[in-house]
Design a protein around this ligand. Sequence first.
Ligand code: GDP
Length: 364
Amino acid sequence: MPKKTEWTPNTDNPAFTTKVNEGISHRHSAKKKNIKKSGLKKAEFYINGIKAGNRAVLAQAITILESNAEKHFQLGQEILSAIIQYSGNSIRIGITGAPGAGKSTLIDTLGTKLSRAGHKVAVLAVDPSSSVSGGSILGDKTRMENLSREENAFIRPAPSGDTLGGVARKTRESLIACEAAGYDIILIETIGVGQSEITVRSMVDFFLLMLLPSEGDELQGIKKGTVELADAILVNKADGDNIKNAELTKHQYEQAVHYIRQATKGWDTVVALASALNDTGIEQLWDIVKKFEQNTKTSNIFYNRRKEQQLSWFRSLIENNLLDAFYADKRIKKEWRNWEDKIKNNEIAVSNAANILLQKFLGK
Ligand code: GDP
């Protein structure tokens, strides 16, 4: 039985149709095997392959970028440095929604249309559950059957077994690799829980929140904060008996968005209806994205946001690396338990203990 994540209901809830795939318990060995099988090549091999748009080489390069092993890190950085100049030429779209909202169905329908229209579509995923369960329910090819058969599409499941910060770094780097390989539409899927939406918002141009039609006037347990991140809200499953509720939900959210902060300056959050399953409202959704891109490029907000995102990524890398270095420090590790005990027993003020340890780390 696959391990369940903590937000999974215990009962068989028909609304909760997403299944959690079993995780790979020895992910590092699995990845190493994967890299080993094809043999680690020189950076040029990956750089040229990516530039030529070779999907298999792109996948191998991403495996290297996702690896936590020191030897892969150097190679990964070499590849990244060479391809970064070819990146940036895409529209980056984040898609969030509770499990069962229809994210993968939408990505399948929309992505297939776009691929067939000549776009190159890459699907990446940021999955907060993967660090808990070791498995990923996002970016799973079996959930995007049509798209996975398209030559112009590249689907990558969420990197697993890492902190959200780690996953975010890897996803940003994968995004760069995909862009350098010529993918002009990047879809980043995430689940509408916790911090992951904020993380994805910080790496995309356009953010879409997917909702289900509902009867109640409660705003579906979706936090106001999440609505504030969205450039568009899509009420999915507007088909069959759901249509009336879908319209009701659309109306409620249209009212609600008047009272919240715009996610993007100069752009009013749009609320729309769709049926990802029956392919209705999908082209209209794409029109919204295009209009958003046009508006924000004209006003320069598009480009300014990207620059700001680069800077905040830079800052967060510094912060993450400092944290990692702190916890990996031998002196800190050795004394850590001791300090924890002192704190638990109220033998020292927390701020004082933190200060002493930081000074030690800084070698003062
Ligand atoms: P995700 O967990 O958000 O990725 O949701 P899925 O895309 O896996 O969809 C969950 C379930 O809802 C699946 O059984 C889909 O077939 C179904 N579904 C998705 N979109 C629609 C839709 O537009 N209409 C209806 N009726 N069902 C849908």
